[in-house]
Design a protein around this ligand. Structure first.
Ligand code: SME
Length: 161
């Protein structure tokens, strides 16, 4: 492992957001196993940015199944089109939800989650094979810059799917 990860203070988050994808790239260097890559990636995100919940759901058959994560226990299976994650999968589109209470069908794994960002990951055929789910205890915590940054992070995992 070549990268070192530690919690970001509020003031250095902007700089860290710029550096973070390259740090994850270094962290994953040479790894060929998708689960291992997902595990260390969500640990790095959770350590540095401190979100309430960070994790991956993998497409298994007609469901999303809980994968590596950091945070409170979560629902293990989500149907296609269900909740923010299932909609991100069905529509193959990033879901940035500023207020989960205003999102019809949101699945409340944790009552503390107030905003959410879900990013689809694709396999070599271009099909959605997993999603990255980030939950915050704050309303409107995720920005368009976060969308770009976490999408860049996911691009390093996609070749392993
Ligand atoms: N809130 C998600 C479910 C997963 S948990 O947040 C970990 C959803 O609506 O899909």
């Amino acid at each position: 492992m070549t990268a070192h990860f530690e919690p970001a203070s509020t003031t250095d988050r902007v700089a860290l957001r710029q550096a973070f994808p390259a740090q994850v790239k270094a962290l994953l260097e040479g790894e060929t196993d998708a689960i291992a890559a997902m595990a260390n990636t969500c640990a790095a995100i959770h350590t540095v940015f401190g979100w309430h919940w960070v994790g991956f759901y993998r497409v298994v058959g007609n469901e999303l199944v809980l994968g590596p994560f950091q945070g409170p226990v979560a629902c293990t299976r989500i149907g296609k089109g269900r909740g923010v994650c299932g909609i991100a999968w069905e529509q193959d589109r990033v879901q940035r939800v500023p207020d989960v209470e205003l999102f019809p069908g949101h699945i409340a794994c944790s009552a503390l989650s107030r905003s959410e960002l879900v990013i689809p990951l694709h396999d070599r055929h271009g099909h959605v094979a997993a999603v990255l789910d980030l939950d915050s205890v704050d309303v409107d915590a995720f920005t368009e810059e976060d969308v770009d940054m976490y999408t860049a992070v996911c691009r390093y995992i996609e070749p392993l799917l």
